[in-house]
Design a protein around this ligand. Sequence first.
Ligand code: SAH
Length: 361
Amino acid sequence: MVLAQSSNLFPGMQSVRHLLDAIDSQLAPWFQQRGQGKYRVGQVRKWLFAGRASRFAEMTDLPLALRDELAADFTLWTSSTARHTRAEDGTEKLLLTLADGGQIECVLLRDETRRTICISTQVGCGMGCVFCASGLEGLQRNLSTGEILEQVLRLQQLLGPEERLSHIVVMGMGEPLANLDALLPALEEATRDDGIGISSRRITISTVGLTKAMRRLADTTPRYRLAVSLHAPNDSLRQQIVPAASKIPLADLLAEADYYFDRSGRQLTFEYVLLAGVNDSPAHAAELANLLAGRTAMINIIPYNPVVGLPYATPSATAQRAFRQTLESRGLNVHFRHRKGDAIDAACGQLRLRSQTTSSR
Ligand code: SAH
């Protein structure tokens, strides 16, 4: 790695950089060295974000020689598509294999005019939530900015010419707040006018509730919507379901969520995965209502999406309805997440899990 970067020692041996890791700060000096104006950076950006180009060769308003040089010095894609699935409801899912062999998933969801993408921030996950497929083998590594942005651009390329990306949810594999350094520059590109141009209000970051990172986000970039994965109305149950919670008492977590709300003015979302016989009784719902009373928040109830090999079950429709009614009767703003893309294992980590279990047989 070090040798490859020392190109003066080995003339002709150039390291190929991932353009998406830092587009402007890599391209501006590169064009300058070649006597090219700054506007060239804008040309490349336009091809990438608006033109949905997948190769430098397509960037036809740049001279051919420059395109060839760009292709020699930079790579656009560091991943390859291991599997591309499409469900009847229009949901598409990509399983990507990274340069080091790690695998991640990302999803495109179509809902009327909405085009939402769900992206990953880590290979695996270190949070260990007991019902989740992503963390079964722990954390392998953080994704780079380029690897995060690459998911956005690859999913955008799946859209038809009339379709536009409208929302981003950072709810794929991994804990986004454990990788803020890489995530924030990628989201910056998504929101810039000369990037994808998505309003930050349409970007949601979901966290298990890492309080220090929540504070950092609130103090530096309180532009995005925040979703906090609660899954339980009290500390002892939460610690069983979300092991990371043993270090984060609910009182601290809610105080930090309130702080984010104060700084951002954005309505908070609390996520609650319903697991039959674990956290889905009317008593749990009442306790949850007490916990969240008085907050400007939405409660996103997610009926458990079964993961092969895990001992949990999805509550019956009756139990789900009763849970919802208890919350609504207390005046809470409840939303049930639609199950989209079940047939293609669209819940986090599930396609990767399937791929690993079938290929290891
Ligand atoms: N680490 C982040 C992002 C995780 S994925 C977080 O914890 O919020 C986004 C949401 O999907 C989380 O609320 C997560 O708990 C939930 N989820 C994970 N696996 C699930 C499953 N099998 N069924 C239903 N929801 C699941």
